[in-house]
Design a protein around this ligand. Structure first.
Ligand code: 13P
Length: 255
């Protein structure tokens, strides 16, 4: 419970979608819609759209995030982007540990932890993704998996810095599949994660932490998911690519 102690945030994760001109159109469409939201509004966009997004959202309630960040400050890491490069541009958030990065790009709990620490040290707010695969849910080890991922990600992170982390619970089997966790399943795991944070830090940090659900959240199922006591908004893939759909989610999270 204690939902009033934390902010609900709807964050779009555009993934590898939208060219710059397409991004401009979407953001312009989104601005008047987002204006009415009382929840937090974040759009996490591909690197090539960050500058455009920061520019176009200046003076609005839309915050901009990146979809990943490297853990070193600089150096010979071809193709990577540092936290300082992001903050200098005016980027405020970064997604870390998304299951697509864990599945396809060799991301591990160790590299997630290193990225989290680097991002927080640079002043970014982190959207940390955790979640189980279908086989893990079927084996009954969902809680073990998310606990391990959560504890690993917070290794060496101070209580003060932990306040700049949002957790997104994204069951891998629900991402882009149209299969949503039931509202009860989502709440159960978000609540479990809050308990893990309370054990790692304390109840105040856990009560104040925004814990989102992500995985096929859309205008049809959002109301039920967002009404759950431990679900504080969502990390949205497909439905963040259409301004009207994203708008419905903002409306529901603002209730
Ligand atoms: P979908 O909303 O497309 O299922 O994606 C969820 C997600 O992975 C957000 O990070």
């Amino acid at each position: 419970m204690n939902k009033e102690l934390r902010q609900a945030i709807i964050a779009g994760n555009w993934k590898m979608n939208k060219t710059r001109s397409e991004a401009k159109t979407l953001i312009e469409d989104l601005k008047p819609i987002a204006e009415k939201a009382t929840c937090g509004v974040v759009i996490c966009v591909p690197y090539t759209n960050l500058e455009t997004a920061v520019e176009l959202t200046k003076g609005t309630n839309i915050k901009v995030g990146a979809e990943n960040v490297h853990f070193k400050k600089s150096g010979a890491f071809t193709g990577e982007i540092s936290a300082d490069m992001l903050t200098e541009m005016g980027v405020e958030y970064v997604i870390i540990g998304h299951s697509e990065r864990r599945q396809y790009f060799g991301e591990t709990d160790l590299t997630v932890n290193r990225r989290v620490k680097a991002a927080l040290a640079a002043g970014l707010k982190v959207i940390l993704c955790v979640g189980e695969m279908l086989s893990e849910r079927e084996d009954g080890i969902t809680e073990d998996v998310v606990e391990l991922q959560t504890v690993a990600a917070f290794t060496g992170v101070s209580e003060e810095d932990a306040k700049n982390v949002i957790i997104a619970y994204e069951p891998v089997w629900a991402i882009g599949t149209g299969k949503t966790a039931t509202a009860e399943q989502a709440n159960e795991v978000c609540s479990f994660i809050r308990g893990v944070v309370a054990k790692r830090y304390n109840k105040a940090v856990a009560d104040g932490m925004t814990i989102q659900y992500g995985g096929s959240m859309n205008p049809k199922n959002a109301a039920e998911l967002l009404a759950q006591p431990d679900v504080d908004g969502g990390l949205i893939g497909g439905a963040s690519l259409k301004a009207a759909d994203f708008g419905v989610l903002l409306e529901e999270a603002s209730k």
